[in-house]
Design a protein around this ligand. Structure first.
Ligand code: PEP
Length: 265
């Protein structure tokens, strides 16, 4: 079902009742903090990223943290804060669903359900998320081959939900300069092999704020359909992944830096 074969055009994913479409000619940038931390934090970030051209607000309410002692997210309270930010800015919301038991709850607030890298082969979760009919952004797992990633997407389409986006977010390699190795070749391969839109996450992709702009430029040049970028009003104080989050000002520079590339591809 994910195969490009026999398809003359790529899939276009309608978001928020079709107000916005991902996978068409327009490039979309999803932006916002790694974690929703407070109403003020998500509201101010939503205003800042919207003013600089983001079309979708990201923010984690359920957080998959390596250590159980790290901030786990504000959960439903965080979802309510995202909803308030959407009500003010009009930005549709993408947020992660971590567990099958939370699918209905998260789907009440999210315009796009994010399946994270750690859950990319949690097939019961994929099926439950698919059954909501909501658009799904499927991250590539930390050690997933492209074929395995595409087969995970197949689980969603096989439930009758065609609204799937693939998201390359870096894979684990021997390299230590970056947290993960962003595999930009996966964009070209996924575009060649499938009809699904491909989104790049440069923030999780390298774990370093100073590389985010360069990776975004690379993603555009490789033909990605969009980006998901972590933006925080004060990364040094972030409750999760501060090292990879950029300020609204840097995000503004990033949006300007990709403009000429978007015009060229
Ligand atoms: C995230 O985007 O908040 C996240 C945890 O991403 P990943 O699943 O790619 O690690």
């Amino acid at each position: 079902l994910v195969s490009r074969e026999g398809r003359s055009s790529g899939t276009v994913v309608p978001v928020d009742g079709g107000k916005l479409k991902i996978g068409g000619r327009k490039f979309h940038v999803m932006a916002g903090p790694c974690s929703v931390e407070s109403q003020e934090q998500i509201l101010s970030t939503a205003r800042e990223v919207k003013a600089r051209g983001a079309t979708i607000l990201r923010g984690g309410a359920f957080k998959p943290r390596t250590s159980p002692y790290e901030f786990q997210g504000l959960k439903e309270e965080g979802l309510e804060m995202l909803a308030a930010a959407k009500a003010e800015t009009g930005l549709p919301i993408i947020t992660e669903v971590l567990a099958e038991k939370d699918v209905a709850l998260v789907a009440r607030y999210a315009d796009i359900l994010q399946i994270g890298a750690r859950n990319a082969q949690n097939f019961a979760l994929l099926v439950a998320a698919a059954q909501t009919g909501k658009p799904i952004l499927l991250k590539r797992g930390l050690s997933m081959r492209i074929e395995e990633w595409l087969l995970a997407a197949e689980y969603i389409l096989n439930e009758g939900n065609p609204h799937v986006m693939l998201c390359e977010r870096g894979i684990r390699t021997f390299e230590t300069y970056t947290r993960n190795t962003l595999d930009l070749s996966a964009v070209a391969i996924a575009k060649q092999e499938t009809h699904l839109p491909v989104i790049i996450d440069p923030s999780q992709g390298c774990g370093r704020a100073d590389l985010v702009v360069a990776l975004c430029k690379g993603a555009v040049a490789m033909g990605a359909d969009g980006l998901i970028v972590e933006v925080h009003p004060n990364p040094a104080e972030a409750m999760s992944d501060g090292a990879q989050q950029v300020t609204p000002e840097i995000f503004g520079g990033l949006m300007k830096a990709i403009e000429p590339l978007l015009a060229a591809v």
